[in-house]
Structure formats: C-alpha cells, structure tokens
Design a protein around this ligand. Structure first.
Ligand SMILES: C[S@@+](CC[C@H](N)C(=O)[O-])C[C@H]1O[C@@H](n2cnc3c(N)ncnc32)[C@H](O)[C@@H]1O
Length: 361
C-alpha cells in the first residue's frame, strides 16, 4: 500500500522533477523488499493517501541535504549545488537512510506537506491594484483606497507583502523597485487598471490551521524542503521571499479560516478597502468550512459601505469547459459596488499569468 502511494507520488513528479521521481521509484522498490525505507516509514503504513507519505519522505531527506548533513547525496541535489546522476542516486541515498533512519522516521511522522508559493504575489499585486481602483471609482474617490489584507490559508505568510516585491514589467519595476525579492510576473495582457501607482497596505493578517513560522530556521527549512530539489528557479524565488520576510515579519495566526475571518470582519473599517484573499486553499477545506466561510463573507458584505468597502480576491483552480479540465483563475468580487470579475488565469505558481477581464457569475 505505502509502496503504491510512493509510486503515485512519483507519477505526480513525472516531467517536473526527474530527481524526486527517481528517488520515489527506488524507495518504493526498497519498501516492497522491506528495506531501510520500511524502517523510516514505520508507523506511517496506514496514513491517508492525502497526506502524501512519499512527498513527506522526499521532503525529510531534502531537509538533511539542505542542513549539510548528507554531502554524498547533496552532490545530486541542484538546490545544494549538485547535479543529479540518476543511476548513482539511490546508491548514495542508502547510507544516509541507514545512518539517519530514526531521525527521518520522526520527521516523516511529525510533518505535514506544507508549501507556500510566493509567485502568487504577482497576480495578487495586480488584483489588489484593480480592487482598490474600482472601489475608489465606486465611492467617487480620486485616490485608490489603502488596503487591509486578510489572508486565509496563509501557510508561512509569504504572500502577505505583495507591495514589497519588485515586478519587472515593460522595462520598469513595479511594486518596490528596491526590494530584495524580484519576481518576473510573466504577464500576457495587463490588469484593467493603471498599476504604476503605489499600493498601500496599511494592515495585514493571515491565518492557517498549520502555520509555518518563517522567522525561524526550522520554519524556513520546512518550506524549502518541500520544493522539489531540481526546481532551482522556484527554490531561489522561495529563498528571496524568505529573505524579504525577515525584513518585514507578519505573523500568521494558528486558526481555521471561517472563525478567524468572522473575528477579523466584525466591524467594517472606514477609509480602507478590506480584501479577503486566498490561493490554493479551497480544495483543502471541508464542505462545512466552505459554507461557514461563505456565510461570514455574506454577512460582512451586507455591512460594507462605499467608504468601507469589502473585496474577495482568490486564485484557485476552477473547472473549465475548455480543453483544460481546470485552470487557476483570479477572481474578484467587490461590495457594495456589485463588481464580480474574472481577472485572468495562469500557472499554479502564479507566473506566467494572462490578464483577461470577464464577468464572473
Ligand atoms: C497549498 S497551501 C497554499 C498556501 C498559500 N495560500 C499559498 O498560496 O502559497 C494550502 C494551505 O491551506 C491551508 N488550509 C488547509 N485547510 C484550511 C482551512 N480549513 N482553513 C484555512 N486554511 C487551510 C493549509 O494549512 C495550507 O497552508
């Protein structure tokens, strides 16, 4: 059963991470033989498929590599400066597994797969610019509203500083040109509003039932370990976002979305646009959470006024009727203005992204 789950995870890596795929196939064979991987995975035999035991195994091993504690194996890991030799990979993994089996077992059994993708800050940035402009137009204000950003399912909170990232677009850097984190948004088309003006985020808060504290080395390693080790560009992007987070920490509260949101939205705030944002969270929530989240939002929407507007901005995969079974779409609702738009669609990690504004019903 576990070996099958490892093979499932390996199939998920096909074409995207040859290193992780090769590692998981070899580990599945070792598991089936009752080798050292069975020792590392002891206690996880009945884990639900949704907990992705294979990726927890790969993440635990990656973590040892990133800590500099498995130099022979690190020689195969591009995130540690190595170059994969897929024929020699398992031979170099085995001694590490034997030496650290007990520690790896604890890591695998105590950690959940957790990702936080800072590439999603780019569609968020354009979406916030759009929301603040449209809310200001509806209220008859010349300047865009300052924003209070509330993120549900924030993980490590790496998308809570979209205004502090530098986005090279059309030969200029939007956002914060001096930022240590430059993110090429790879936009086709442009947002429906002028994005050259400053975005002001006056308050930010996030929640997650399983938050990662990126101010600690442990939290940073946790997020880095779940990036596939041959996806260097993505790894570098994560590191830059982690560096930015050190300069501008925003705590993520341990809480489930709906309860937290209802506390945050208790009172409308005047002269501020409140934006509720979530990305790639919906699929992890229960039907009860979704129903309660919708009710909390509907309640707050009913209390929104032109001078205390509310927006919902989401980047989530949605079923389509086109050739792709689903697409990641950026959706915006605005109250009381009555705006409901699909702003565009893009890759799961937020870039590339195509701006294409359509009504959303
Ligand atoms: C794939 S991660 C995405 C993290 C982040 N939003 C991003 O885009 O990088 C999904 C996140 O949803 C969180 N999550 C799962 N169930 C949740 C719930 N009921 N309410 C809020 N967040 C939830 C998980 O803990 C995890 O951090």
């Amino acid at each position: 059963m576990l070996a099958e789950l490892f093979l499932d995870a390996a199939r998920g890596c096909a074409g995207r991470s040859p290193l992780t795929q090769a590692l998981l196939i070899a580990a599945a064979e070792d598991l089936a033989r009752g080798g050292v991987v069975a020792r590392v995975m002891a206690g996880a035999e009945c884990d639900r498929p949704g907990t992705v035991p294979g990726l927890r195994f790969a993440g635990a091993l990656h973590r040892l590599v990133l800590e500099g504690r498995a130099p022979a194996l690190a020689a195969h890991y591009p995130t540690a400066g190595g170059e994969p030799d897929l024929d020699a990979l398992w031979g170099d993994a085995l001694p590490v597994l034997h030496e650290h089996a007990d520690e790896l077992r604890v890591l695998v059994s105590t950690t959940a797969v957790q990702t936080n993708e800072p590439g999603r800050s780019a569609p968020l940035f354009g979406g916030l610019q759009t929301a603040t402009r449209l809310a200001a137009d509806a209220a008859g204000r010349r300047a865009g509203f300052p924003v209070r950003l509330l993120e549900v399912g924030a993980s490590g909170g790496l998308n809570l500083r979209p205004h502090r990232v530098a986005y090279p677009v059309d030969g200029v850097k939007l956002g914060d040109p001096g930022s240590p984190f430059t993110l090429d948004p790879r936009w086709t088309g442009r947002p429906p509003v002028d994005v050259a003006h400053n975005l002001r985020l006056v308050r930010r808060a996030g929640c997650d039932p399983d938050p990662v504290d990126v101010t600690t080395e442990d939290g940073r390693l946790h997020l880095q370990s779940f990036v596939w080790a041959d996806q260097v560009a993505r790894f570098e992007r994560l590191r830059a976002a982690l560096d930015l987070a050190q300069l501008d920490p925003v705590p993520v509260q341990r809480a489930a979305g709906p309860e937290w949101l209802s506390e945050q939205l208790v009172r409308p705030e005047r002269d501020v646009l409140t934006v509720v944002w979530h990305s790639v969270v919906w699929q992890y929530t229960s039907p009860a959470d979704r129903a309660m989240g919708r009710a909390v939002l509907a309640d707050a929407a009913a209390r929104a006024t032109p001078m205390a507007p509310l927006a919902l901005l989401v980047y989530e995969p949605r079923r389509t009727h086109g050739p792709d079974p689903y697409r990641f779409q950026l959706l915006l609702k605005l109250w009381p203005a009555g705006v409901s738009l699909r702003l565009g669609w893009g890759a799961g990690h937020g870039t590339p992204f195509t701006w294409d504004t359509q009504p959303w019903d």
